[in-house]
Design a protein around this ligand. Structure first.
Ligand SMILES: CC(C)(COP(=O)(O)OP(=O)(O)OC[C@H]1O[C@@H](n2cnc3c(N)ncnc32)[C@H](O)[C@@H]1OP(=O)(O)O)[C@@H](O)C(=O)NCCC(=O)NCCS
Length: 156
């Protein structure tokens, strides 16, 4: 699974997308510290221990480098940046029942706009098998020779 690179100085605007989701009852917003345990548990149940651990790390950053998507006061998606490595985006996940509604793109773009705002010029998408998703949404491109990248000699 390769790493990808994204130009943060050429990001699409995401305000209309957030508005559209809001009209459909879905809010994309910053994760708050008082929600940390619920969020991490939801990620562990839906996506496994490794991503739960990465998201936990995002809660140590200031500002907390995690965005969530909510519907009816429940969680339907999350995304993190500056977690496993500085300058890395991910992980991101959307509940199976709510995929293909634009939530993943909205979470991705919120994180990337924040990364641009704090001073990064590029973001690295760490070791992904969803290359097409990132190509389509933010024109990401593969970093040659980046697999396995930092994901080596890992515990299973
Ligand atoms: C990848 C993921 C976050 C996308 O979330 P989503 O809310 O379904 O994505 P969106 O609705 O914003 O999709 C945007 C576009 O990407 C496409 N797309 C979505 N997931 C895709 C995937 N895994 N591979 C290729 N294309 C994908 C959608 O069809 C859509 O295309 P369209 O605009 O032509 O209709 C979600 O499928 C998911 O949680 N997958 C499991 C976890 C995962 O693989 N995370 C990424 C690993 S780093």
């Amino acid at each position: 699974m390769p790493d990808l690179l994204v130009k943060l100085y050429e990001l699409p605007d995401d305000r209309w997308r957030l508005e559209q989701l809001r009209n459909d009852g879905i809010t994309v917003r910053n994760a708050m510290a008082y929600e940390k345990l619920q969020i991490i548990e939801w990620i562990r149940e839906n996506f496994g221990k490794a991503w739960a651990g990465e998201c936990d790390t995002a809660f140590s950053n200031r500002p907390i480098s995690c965005f969530i998507a909510t519907k009816n006061a429940g969680l339907v998606g999350f995304a993190c940046y500056d977690s496993t490595m500085k300058n890395f985006f991910g992980p991101v996940g959307v509940a199976e029942s709510d995929r293909n509604k634009g939530i993943g793109t909205a979470l991705l773009l919120r994180c990337l706009h924040l990364m641009a705002a704090v001073g990064y010029a590029y973001a690295v998408i760490g070791g992904t098998d969803s290359v097409e998703f990132y190509e389509k949404t933010v024109n990401a491109f593969e970093i040659p020779g980046s697999s396995p990248g930092i994901y080596r000699d890992r515990l299973y």
